[in-house]
Every structure is written in C-alpha cells, then in structure tokens.
Design a binder for this molecule. Structure first.
Ligand SMILES: Cc1cc2nc3c(=O)[nH]c(=O)nc-3n(C[C@H](O)[C@H](O)[C@H](O)COP(=O)(O)OP(=O)(O)OC[C@H]3O[C@@H](n4cnc5c(N)ncnc54)[C@H](O)[C@@H]3O)c2cc1C
Length: 420
C-alpha cells in the first residue's frame, strides 16, 4: 500500500509548465488532460485573458458583431474543473534548462518537469517618427482590438499600412463600417509571398472593387500630428490626411526570453515532428515553432490558427507520453468583404498555377502545381475544392492539368485515381 501511495504522490507532483496561454498553449493543456495526464499543469501567459481565438479580432469582433464571451476557447470554470492553474498577466523572462526552471517577471521562478514553449509571435513595429502618436495602432491582442474598435467608430479616414492578411481584414472591416480607407503597401503586389503574384493581383482587385485606395510600392516615412495622427508622409514626400492609422507589417516569433537558454533558435524555436526541441523535456508549438515537416521535406513555421490549434494538441499528447508525429498539410483562411479565402498546402514562386472556375466572378480555385503534382490550392468561395486539394496534396500523384481545370472533373475521384 505504501508503495502505491508513494507512486501516486510522485505522479501528482509532476509539474508540466506551458509558457504562452493562448491557442497552442490552451489546446496543449486540454490535450494533456484528455490524454490522462493527472499531474500539475501550469499555464503562464503575459496577457490578462484566458486563452482565446484571434481571428475574430480583425473581423466580426472588431466590428462589434460578436459578443466577447464567444472569443474564448473555454468558459471561465473550465480551467478550475480541469485543475489547470492559470497564471495570467505574468511574463516568463528566462529559461534555465539545466536547473529545469522558468523565471517569471517579478514573481520568482517555477520548476518544470516538462515545458512547452507556446509564446507565439509579437507584432513587428515600424521604426519611423510619429509611431507614438495617438491613433497609430497595431493589432494582435483582444485588448488592442477593443481599443481599435472604439477608434474605428470615431474615425472617418483610415490608413492601413501593410496589405498582408491582418491589414487586408482590417481594411475590409473599416469599409464595412463605412470608412474611407487607404492601404499603403511596400511591395508591387499584396500577399505575393503567401499566394504568388497572380493571386496577389486578384486580392488587390478585390480591395479596389470595394472602394479602397490601394497604393502599391509605397513606403511610409513618418506619421505627423499634434498629439494625435493627422497625416502620413510617404517616402516621395506626398502626404495623406487621416485620423487613424493601423499598422500590419508582420510578426516575429516571441523568443526574446529564450536567449542564452541553449534552445536552438532559427526563425522561431526549432522542433522535430514530435514538437521536441534540442533540449530534453522542452517542446514548442504554434506560431513560435519552426517545425520539420516530413511531407514537404522542409521546415515550416506557420502563423495560422489551424496549425497553432493542432500542433498545440499534438504537443500535449506527446508530453503525456504519446508518440504520434505531427505532419500537417498547412491550412489557413481569411475573410475579406463578402469573400472567404482559403489556402491549403505549401507552394513557392516556382510553382505553376492551374485555374478552375471563374476569376471574374470570384468563384475559383488556383492549384499550385510542381512536376505535375498539386502542392497547394487557393480558393475563393469553394470549400469543397479545398478539401479535394488537400486529398490531392496528400496523394502526391501526378494529375493531368486539363482534368484539374475542368469543372466537370470529380476532384475527389481524381485524388484517389491520379497517375502513380
Ligand atoms: C487579428 C488576427 C486575425 C487572425 N486571423 C486569422 C485567420 O483568419 N485565419 C488564420 O488561419 N489565422 C489567423 N490569425 C493567426 C492566429 O490567430 C495565430 O496563428 C494563433 O493565434 C497563434 O496561436 P499561438 O498560441 O501559437 O500564439 P499566440 O496566439 O500569439 O499566443 C501566444 C501567447 O503567449 C504569450 N506570451 C508571449 N511571450 C510570453 C512570455 N515571455 N511569457 C508569457 N507569455 C508570453 C502572448 O502574450 C500570447 O498570449 C489571426 C491573428 C490575428 C492577430
């Protein structure tokens, strides 16, 4: 009996620590409990909120079309019921992997037996004069979305810097609220890195159809105003009056606290397909993790909901003792105006595009193909094609481009038949 009691005591004293209390971290904690892990789970997060979903923050939540309680992953009582200790509003400042401790800002340190790094990304800030003026805004957190929602209601002329997904969604929301919107984008085509030039041009056209003044190859030099933003000065010296500027120029992995810890870093935390880092008992998942993907034969660091959720779950299962590799086919979506855009797979600039459907009616799928094999699919308003694209990517078979383009082809059947 004494032996059994000791074993239970040892088990329950195991402490698994998760740094980053949002999507990846929250799902990992859930997966630990669902996998039967009965020990102590501590979920540490710099934000004051319990885990929530960011996608609505640039869409319906920003437009005040969605109640606050719907953004959270779980109701308030869930964490207590599951004995997941939430330490919110607390930042980790240092990892000492030799000692097995994480140092917390102004509240000591915590021992871990296993540690998950799920600190996500932080916004890239512009280094130009005037960024501290009132009305110059970034968007990552729920609190920032709340502030922006108030400013948006009051604003008449909105400038969005950056035509990436966040900038594009904020612009679309601002148009829906009846604001005058200008987007300033440094590249010649928006979203070229994610979607390629041709699909980037489609996205540019969609903004313009909705009354946005989209300016490409455009660099911002300065924000000016007396305390609050009044105008944006461009590199060519021209000026643009506005009463709100939203900056969406990308994000970087939140790894500052890991410097000197010995954990291997390169564009995020390097992990294998089991979410394991180079350090024993230290794992990473979500936007912060740069993971080896055996299916594509390269490292991928995603900045998307689907990955953060699924990789968080995968990490939790591995930490609980499972041994299932995480080999995702990347997926993301973006809602802009009346369109839902979806992307599955992983393509590059060298891949050719085969179109199915009608570009002008904004109902189409673009298949990105290399050596006769589908690598990715981007669709507007065609969720079934995206499911089929996923199967085609998974199958990895050569497909006839004519069949892909033909609306009469049953893509599901094509994925199972194909040509070896
Ligand atoms: C406005 C917006 C809209 C989006 N829309 C879409 C969409 O439509 N489709 C899509 O696929 N994806 C979308 N995304 C991306 C998606 O939300 C992210 O990929 C996802 O949130 C990543 O989850 P994560 O848990 O890895 O990181 P995060 O959500 O960034 O969470 C990491 C957490 O760690 C905390 N943290 C950081 N450092 C520390 C530290 N040192 N100590 C303690 N805590 C720390 C942070 O405060 C944060 O709460 C959107 C993102 C934003 C910002």
């Amino acid at each position: 009996m004494a032996g059994v009691a000791r074993a239970i005591e040892t088990m329950s004293s195991r402490s698994f620590c998760i740094v980053g209390a949002n999507l990846a971290g929250g799902r990992a904690a859930e997966a630990l409990r669902e996998s039967g892990f009965d020990g102590r789970i501590v979920l540490i997060g710099a934000e004051p909120d319990r885990p929530y979903e960011r996608p609505p923050l640039s869409k319906e939540y920003l437009r005040r079309e969605m109640p606050e309680e719907r953004v959270y992953l779980r109701p308030p009582g869930y964490y207590e019921e599951q004995r997941i200790e939430l330490r919110l509003g607390v930042s980790a400042t240092k990892l000492d992997a030799t000692e097995g401790t994480v140092e917390l800002a102004s509240s000591g340190r915590i021992n871990y037996e296993k540690l998950l790094i799920a600190t996500g990304c932080e916004v890239r800030r512009l280094n130009i004069p005037g960024t501290d003026l009132g009305g110059v805004h970034y968007l990552r957190t729920r609190a920032e979305s709340d502030e922006l929602a108030v400013l948006l209601q009051e604003a008449r002329r909105v400038v969005v810097v950056g035509a990436g997904f966040i900038g594009s969604e904020v612009a679309a929301s601002a148009r829906r609220l009846g604001k005058e919107v200008t987007i300033l984008e440094a590249s010649t085509v928006p979203l070229a890195r994610a979607l390629g030039t041709k699909m980037g041009e489609v996205c540019a056209a969609i903004h313009r159809e909705h009354g946005v003044d989209l300016r490409l190859s455009c660099h911002v030099r300065e924000f000016r105003g007396a305390g609050r933003i009044e105008e944006v000065v461009l590199a060519d010296g021209s000026r643009l009056q506005c009463d709100l500027a939203v900056v969406g120029v990308g994000v970087t992995p939140a790894v500052g606290w890991l410097e000197g810890s010995g954990v291997a870093l390169d564009n995020g935390v390097l992990v294998n397909e089991y979410c394991e880092t180079n350090l024993p008992d230290v794992y990473a998942a979500g936007d912060v993790a740069n993971a080896w993907n055996p299916l594509f034969g390269e490292r991928l660091r995603a900045e998307h909901f689907d990955n953060a959720q699924n990789q968080g779950t995968a990490a939790g299962k591995v930490m609980a003792g499972g041994r299932e590799p995480y080999t995702p086919i990347p997926y993301f979506w973006s809602d802009q105006y009346e369109h839902t855009m979806q992307y599955v797979g992983h393509a590059s600039g060298e891949d050719g595009i085969i179109l199915r459907g009608d570009l002008r009616n904004r109902s189409f799928t673009a298949f990105y193909v290399r050596e006769g094999r589908v690598r990715a699919g981007f669709a507007i308003g065609r969720p079934r094609d995206i499911m089929a694209a996923r199967r085609l990517i998974q199958a990895g078979k050569q497909v006839d481009p004519k069949l892909l383009a033909d609306e009469q082809t049953d893509l599901r059947a094509l994925a199972s038949k194909g040509e070896p």
